[in-house]
Write a protein that binds this ligand. Sequence first.
Ligand SMILES: O=C(O)c1cc(=O)[nH]c(=O)n1[C@@H]1O[C@H](COP(=O)(O)O)[C@@H](O)[C@H]1O
Length: 275
Amino acid sequence: MTTNQLVQEIKKKKSFLCIGLDVDLNKIPEHLLQEEDPIFAFNKAIIDATHHLCVAYKPNTAFYEAYGLKGWKSLERTIHYLNKNHPKIFTIADAKRGDIGNTSTMYAKAFLEDLAFDSVTVAPYMGKDSVEPFLTFKDKHTILLALTSNQGAFDFQTKTIDGKELYKQVLEISKTWENSKNLMYVVGATKAEFLADIRQIIPESFLLVPGVGAQGGNLQEVCKYGMNSQIGLLINSSRGIIYASKEKDFAEAAAIKAEELQKQMAVELDCHSKS
Ligand SMILES: O=C(O)c1cc(=O)[nH]c(=O)n1[C@@H]1O[C@H](COP(=O)(O)O)[C@@H](O)[C@H]1O
């Protein structure tokens, strides 16, 4: 999917919501455990109930890899279901990969070619040659970790090296890489106060912003400092939506939570279009 297509969908649905499909078998309704593939059954119900409210889904691959081959099969079924039934929805493999060049090429093939996600999250720590293989795929996107939502972000990312914070160097240096137009960046919603500075460096890029809901990030703050002329934001919530209920009404409860966020986003989009 191109960035333009994503922007069109955001405007059409009045939503820049990304729903995180982080499925934990201990947290899903018990009746689903009788299904042949409980993870896919859960995801399908969540997708069927929420697809009109969001523009992206983000399965975090850890939640699938944890269940071995069965988990990988559930991930494959989920992405196939999305690509077949909702081709205009942006898909993110949250895999946080990155390695020496030839290995990164294989990671990129796994997520962008074989599973056919629109994008994959990548760690920048190993540098240019570890990220560039992901950037060669046409109309696919590499979402680079810039300033993450967790407390550990202050261990390295905000440290000053050669007179500048490390996360700012990630943003500046990655902009110079080949096919950098295919880059998006992760900035945690819990770090909204950094967004004004971040927008100085990457005014045009899309940001994936996790951390609203369970981690306490504030949607309005993120919009105030993070929105650009093309909206430029995908705000993710995982647990806050998908585990709204552990009963048979889990999908309806998820839709209610998703709609709450979508409505707040519609207000932000209205204000933005008038300003
Ligand atoms: O790359 C991510 O998506 C990510 C980056 C980050 O800085 N913080 C963060 O929470 N995430 C992911 O976003 C999701 C957040 O989930 P909830 O806290 O349940 O909404 C999880 O899949 C995290 O792995």
